[in-house]
Design a protein around this ligand. Structure first.
Ligand code: ZN
Length: 194
C-alpha cells in the first residue's frame, strides 16, 4: 500500500515537473488493456526493463547505463603508467581523468606550461554535466515508464494514468528536455575546442 502511494506521488511530481502543469488527474480503468504503440526512428522507450530506441531502422537497446557503470569501474593499474592505483587520491582522479593521481599531476603540469589548463578544466566540467544529464534522463525515463504500468487497487482494478499526458508524452518530454540541455553543453564544448 505504502509503496503504491509513494510511486503515484512520484509519477505525479515527475510529470508536473516535466510538463510544468499541475492539477492533472488520474482515472481508474477496469481491466487493463495493453496499448499498441508504433515507434519510429529516434523514439526512446522502456520495455522489459531496458531502454530501447530505433536507429537506422533497427530496434536496439540504449547502453547509456552500461557506459555509466563502466565509468565507475576502476582497474587495478593505471592505464597510462601501469603502476598499481592504491593511493586514496587515485580513485577520485581515475573517475574523472582515467589515470592515476601522479599521472594527473604530470598531465596538468604539462597543460599549464602549454597554457591549455583553463580550457581543459572547463571542458572537464562540461563533460561531467553531460554524464549527469544521462543519469537524470535515465532516472526519469525509468520512473515514467515503470510507474505507468498500472497500480492494482484493493478491488483488483488496475489504475493507470490516462489522458493527454501519457507515458509516451512524458517520455518524449524527458528526451526533448535532455536533448536541449545536451546540445547546449556540446555547443560550448565545441566552441572551446576550436
Ligand atoms: Zn599513472
Amino acid at each position: 500500500m505504502l509503496k503504491k502511494e509513494f510511486k503515484r506521488k512520484d509519477v505525479d511530481r515527475a510529470r508536473n515537473l516535466l510538463t510544468g502543469k499541475s492539477g492533472a488527474s488520474s482515472e481508474t480503468q477496469v481491466g487493463y488493456k495493453k496499448k499498441r504503440v508504433d515507434y519510429k526512428g529516434g523514439d526512446v522507450w522502456v520495455e522489459n526493463k531496458k531502454t530501447w530506441t530505433i536507429k537506422d531502422g533497427i530496434k536496439q537497446t540504449i547502453s547509456k547505463m552500461d557506459a555509466i557503470k563502466k565509468e565507475i569501474f576502476m582497474p587495478l593499474c593505471c592505464p597510462k603508467c601501469s603502476k598499481v592505483m592504491k593511493k586514496h587520491l587515485d580513485k577520485p582522479n581515475y573517475k574523472v581523468h582515467k589515470m592515476c593521481f601522479d599521472c594527473v599531476i604530470d598531465f596538468e603540469a604539462k597543460l599549464k606550461i602549454e597554457g591549455k589548463y583553463d580550457n581543459y578544466i572547463k571542458n572537464l566540467r562540461l563533460k561531467n554535466s553531460l554524464t549527469e544529464i544521462d543519469e537524470i534522463e535515465n532516472f526519469f525515463l525509468d520512473l515514467a515508464n515503470q510507474s505507468n504500468e498500472g497500480f492494482v487497487s484493493e478491488k483488483g482494478e488496475v489504475e493507470r494514468w490516462v489522458g493527454g499526458l501519457g507515458k509516451d508524452k512524458i517520455t518524449q518530454e524527458i528526451t526533448n528536455a535532455t536533448k536541449i540541455a545536451r546540445k547546449n553543453i556540446q555547443k560550448e564544448l565545441t566552441n572551446e575546442e576550436d
